[in-house]
Design a protein around this ligand. Sequence first.
Ligand code: ATP
Ligand code: MG
Ligand code: MG
Ligand code: MG
Length: 576
Amino acid sequence: MKASQFLISTLKEAPADAEVVSHQLMTRAGMIKKLGAGIYNYMPMGLRVVRKVEAIVREEMNRAGAIELTMPVVQPAELWQETGRFDKMGPEMMRIRDRHGRDFVIQPTSEEVVTDIARQELRSYKQLPKNLYQIQTKFRDERRPRFGLMRGREFVMKDAYSFDRDQASAKASYQVMAAAYRRIFDRFGLTYRAVAADSGAIGGDLSEEFQVIAATGEDAIVYCPNSDYAANIEKAEALPPSQPRPAASQPLTQVPTPGKTTCADVAALLGVPLQQTVKSMVLATDQLNEQGEIVKSQVWLLLLRGDHEMNEIKVAKVPGLDQGFRFASTTEILEHFGCEPGYLGPLKLQKPVQLVVDREVAVLADWICGANVVDFHTSGVNWGRDLPEPALVMDLRNVVAGDPSPDGQGALAIERGIEVGHVFYLGTKYSKAMNASFLAEDGKPAFFEMGCYGIGITRLPAAAIEQNHDERGIIWPDAIAPFTVVLCPITPERFPAVKEAAETLYAQLLAEGIDVILDDRGERPGAMFADWELIGVPHRVTIGDRGLKEGLVEYQHRRDAAATKIATADVLAHLK
Ligand code: ATP
Ligand code: MG
Ligand code: MG
Ligand code: MG
């Protein structure tokens, strides 16, 4: 590619709404262009990165025996009604209506459609196992689209779905995918961790997230530095705490009086005015023994935001409740605890349950909290930002750094991660709901055992940048760089030899299949270097008149502090 023919549009300033470095740099490097909240143009430079991510994913999925297909972005509501998700999914799912008044869904994921295909096409156990995948646009009307491609509303996901004849075979298919994911993420050249994830209503251990380690990640990961133990903090709920919580947690631990915690207490604690606004939310819960006596009382902050209908609003995560959907309805929450809709009062907990308040909650404002006493609620609670001690929010987590690892291998550490992939054993949840069966070996119909496997194709570049950048710009790993090499001739218009050497080198690298761009725009050296450092091309070869006379050019890796002189004849060998 020649830069003069390409579209390069770098910016000095990042947009005001770009909170994280990947969003700032992708915009400044001309990779993405915002069209609306959470909706972006993938500009030519950015699309090259996305295509490289896709190519790696596609190659490894194919290698692992998965088969590619494409399912429609716009899907008839009927299928979603079969599983009940048309109603359950809440406002994150975008619904539209056609001219005949029929309902449609813009796919946030595709279990329904792929299960519909399977029930028609896979009739016999002899056709199993099968793994079908697509790389396709998704739409999720995220509560808070932000961070550019990291949490978009429209984004691209690779989603795969496995169909097996029985559990053992399904688990083997899951392991094939988990291994393929390791190969994929190794190839991206990023530091990542595979962590145990919450497997929701399905239960069991077969759910892992692939987290790119970065301080700005929205997820917290608990891991043991001495062993393989690693889990999303949502999953790590069951670990017994070993040490007193840090001082910031003190106010919370003072609150509960068994069965009597009110919003007045919480309001006092949080320093907000108490208002009687909402009637049906439980805040403090009691753990009862078989005789119905309170054995433990804890503050569960089921926080509701502004909406008094309380049908779709959530709060924080109750592990095991919502299969990874961050927002659930109060009805669902109550159902989870075995209560009738509209129930008020203490919850009977079968086992201790921890509520994890995540960062998303931590920076939201204007929540309404309710207590297990009718009419005691507080509104206008601001979490995190306006609290005198933002750490208060963190204290609701039940794992803190230093707690013992469940495998006994040492103390736990906590770091932040960006979820770029997720593998999940589904069992027969969807096949049963949609009556998707095949003829088993014994001649009887059996439901498919399923798994699903996602990768955030367009989130990945953002995660890569969070991990690899400096004050000058992006530093792409070779595997997903928009171009691997940039050739920078210095004032070629004055030195025909420079122009010629650059062209020759360009042709040579192209012939070797190296993804090279020749900067023939005629920019001044300072501006040219600044552009490529911002864009983050990992290898730069500078061709200048003086060096050329000695048969030398300059090579500089994006991470190098200075350039090295190398013989023009050695460039190719150097880049390989
Ligand atoms: P998150 O916890 O970040 O909301 P999720 O658990 O809802 O993600 P999954 O349903 O597991 O996401 O989807 C598979 C993958 O799709 C995720 O691992 C992530 O990489 C990507 N993804 C999900 N939501 C978004 C989004 N809003 N923007 C970009 N990528 C996303
Ligand atoms: Mg998640
Ligand atoms: Mg989500
Ligand atoms: Mg997930």
